[in-house]
Design a protein around this ligand. Structure first.
Ligand code: ADP
Length: 656
């Protein structure tokens, strides 16, 4: 057989020899069954076979190739005359009886004759398993490295994030530390931190320093006991040690203590807590002190407890019944005396209606109304009423006087009506007897006094006729005294009338100008000690009891005379007031009335500035009567101090 290459020709043996020496595994097949015509050492060792395979069909020589694609590829190359090459293709071979899968780069190259027909196939192959493995390993390594790089990048990223977090945590920590410091600084309770078994004062806020009576600079960094020598002989240092040693909190309530104060000591009452501070390994490292001074509150409470006690004693001694009524739930109760009067058992609270049932029937409506009035929104919250209640031992019942005050909740709603009840049956009976007596005596005195007055007037006239100046003077003074006495008796009579509800007012239409002119004449005729000036220039109609109104003005002018120096001016007059009402005024240049007495002077038997008026006679009933008369007219009487220091009494009367 001859092989031709570009015209050069070699002997077949020579070529085969050359191929045998080639380091590249090479074989040659012919025929459709791929008879192995030639296989060099390299190829035989690649197959794991010996030279006995030469001359055999491929599948016979290497049966393990049967279910592999090589034969069909070779046949395709044989048929088509087209080369086939592939890299890293796997092939299963049996070498020395052991199945092995290796990877090959191989080529099937057809050699063609003049007719372009394949006459043999040259197979070159290279075992690349090792290279593949290396590549694989390199790839694995690269992959691993890539993974590591990625991991590193991720870790780096994480690290950066952690670092950021750490930074912001640090910032937060600094902020919260600052916050804690501010909280401690501004805390309304005293806070101090003592470090170690020596109790070195580390922190002490302004509140605790104030309670301790020390300055920060004098105590910070010092052991607690050294910094506060005033505690010697007091148990606090011992308690601190115990809290530290046992790791237990010590709490003191209402503890009396001596504290430093202006280089001396003061007594105080405090609430305190000694709280051990623990380290992470559960060891006590110091004590946190929380201190609150409650001296004022405790003293205040004790005082109010004392006041409460005294009040109860006073209530018991004064035989006062106390009551409270809560409109919200309609409950009514009070002290033991009240329960006795209203027939309640000791623990009972009852419905207001049950309590009302203990009141005499004819008084019930009045009481219900008075309670409703006191609780109403327009009320000033005061409650005052007298009424009768049934009494097991007294068929007429007992007369009680109730005084109360409404207490409001934070929303301004009436929460309770609290007050006292006093049994005034005896007192009223006594007053009645007194009034009856005064009334009788006054009546009895009036008749002889009228006679004396008449006799004196006759005497006065005679004295004028005989021009007996001495007698004239005496009779004039006597007549004045008689008038005073008459006024006084009239006053007493009025009071007793008023008390028994017999004071009547008889209203009529009249002109104030007329009344004031008459009064001016009267005053001028008998008052020569003061300068009387009346203001009645214009007409002013009024519907009222002219006699009673005259009586009020007379009382006020007589008081002005009594309580202002001789020679001073007394002015009286009237003015139209709002809503067709009128205002009557009497003003003087006298001693005036202290502000705190301006209401009291209208009370019965009240005499202002007792030492000042000591030498001026009077019973303290004039203004009381004035007020009663004015109030019967639905009017109002007040007193003011005028710029000169004297008083101006003002009576406001509404249009009828
Ligand atoms: P009395 O004059 O009989 O004492 P009143 O009831 O008339 O009683 O007056 C009560 C008190 O008011 C008097 O005691 C007096 O202290 C005071 N008072 C009344 N009017 C005047 C006044 N014009 N100036 C100063 N004080 C007066």
């Amino acid at each position: 057989m001859k092989i031709k290459f570009d015209g050069a020709s070699f002997g077949e043996d020579l070529i085969l020899q050359a191929l045998s020496c080639s380091p590249e595994p090479t074989s040659i097949y012919t025929g459709p069954d791929m008879t192995i015509q030639f296989a060099n050492e390299g190829m035989l060792s690649l197959w794991g076979k010996n030279a006995s395979v030469i001359g055999k069909a491929l599948i016979v020589a290497i049966p393990e190739l049967e279910d592999q694609p090589f034969l069909s590829i070779l046949q395709e190359v044989w048929r088509t005359g087209k080369s086939y090459s592939v890299t890293e293709a796997p092939a299963r071979l049996i070498k020395n009886g052991v199945p092995v899968t290796d990877y090959f780069d191989y080529e099937y190259k057809p050699l063609l004759d003049q007719n372009n027909k394949t006459w043999c196939i040259l197979n070159t192959a290279r075992n690349v398993s090792l290279r593949r493995e290396h590549q694989h390993q390199i790839q694995e390594k690269e992959k691993k490295e890539q993974g590591l790089m990625e991991e590193m990048a991720a870790t780096l990223e994480e690290l950066t994030a952690t670092n950021d977090e750490l930074n912001s945590s640090l910032k937060l920590l600094a902020e919260s530390r600052e916050q804690v410091r501010t909280i401690i600084e501004q805390a309304p309770v005293g806070i101090a931190m003592l470090k170690g078994p020596e109790f070195i004062i580390d922190i002490a806020n302004p509140t605790i320093l104030k309670i301790w009576g020390h300055r920060l600079a004098d105590v910070q960094g010092l052991p607690h006991e050294t910094a506060r020598p005033e505690l010697q002989g007091q148990p606090m240092s011992q308690w601190l040690r115990e809290a530290f040693e046992k790791g237990e909190r010590k709490t003191n309530n209402e503890l009396p203590i001596l504290l430093r104060h202006n280089d001396g000591l003061r007594e105080a009452i405090v609430n305190s807590i000694y709280q051990p501070i623990f380290s992470s390994d559960n060891k006590v490292t110091g004590i946190l002190i929380i201190l609150e001074e409650i001296t004022d509150q405790v003293l205040e409470r004790r005082k109010s407890e004392k006041d409460q006690q005294m009040l109860s004693m006073a209530i018991d001694a004064g035989e006062l019944a106390t009551f409270y009524y809560e409109p919200e739930n309609n409950l009514f109760s009070g002290n033991a005396l009240l329960k006795l009067w209203f027939g309640l058992s000791d623990e009972e609270q009852l419905d207001l209606s049950t309590a009302i049932a203990s009141i005499l029937e004819q008084d019930r409506e009045r009481v219900t109304e008075a309670i409703a009035d006191a609780l109403s929104e327009e009320s000033d919250g005061n409650y005052f009423i007298e009424y009768r209640i049934y009494h097991p031992q007294d068929p007429d019942g007992r007369l009680v006087q109730a005084r109360g005050k409404v207490f409001y909740d934070t929303r301004g709603k009436a929460a309770s009506l609290n007050g006292t009840l006093r049994d005034i049956t005896e007192q009223k009976a006594e007053e009645q007897r007194k009034n009856d007596f005064i009334s009788i005596v006054s009546h009895e005195l009036k008749t002889p006094l009228t006679s004396i007055n008449a006799y004196l007037q006759i005497m006065q006239r005679q004295a004028i006729l005989t021009a007996n100046v001495n007698q004239q003077d005496i009779t004039m003074k006597s007549l004045r005294q008689v008038r005073n006495m008459k006024n006084l008796i009239q006053g007493f009579l009025n009071i007793s009338r008023f008390d028994s509800g017999r004071m009547m007012i008889e209203k009529e239409d009249f002109d104030l100008k007329e009344l004031f002119r008459e009064l001016e004449d009267e005053f001028k005729s008998r008052i020569h000690t003061h300068q009387i000036d009346a203001d009645h220039t214009h007409h002013l109609p009024l519907n009222a009891d002219p006699n009673k109104i005259a009586q009020v003005i007379q009382n006020l002018v007589e008081n002005a005379v009594k309580y202002s120096p001789i020679g001073t001016q007394i002015r009286f007059g009237y003015l139209p007031a709002a809503n067709n009402g009128v205002e009557i005024f009497v003003s003087d240049q006298g001693m005036g009335i202290a502000e705190e007495e301006r209401d009291q002077i209208f009370e019965r038997f009240y005499r202002a500035g007792k030492n000042k008026v000591g030498t001026i006679s009077g019973f303290g009933i004039g203004l009381y009567l004035c007020r009663e008369i004015v109030e019967l007219h639905n009017g109002h009487i007040t007193v003011e101090t005028n710029s000169t220091g004297g008083s101006t009494f003002k009576v406001r009367l509404p249009a009828s």
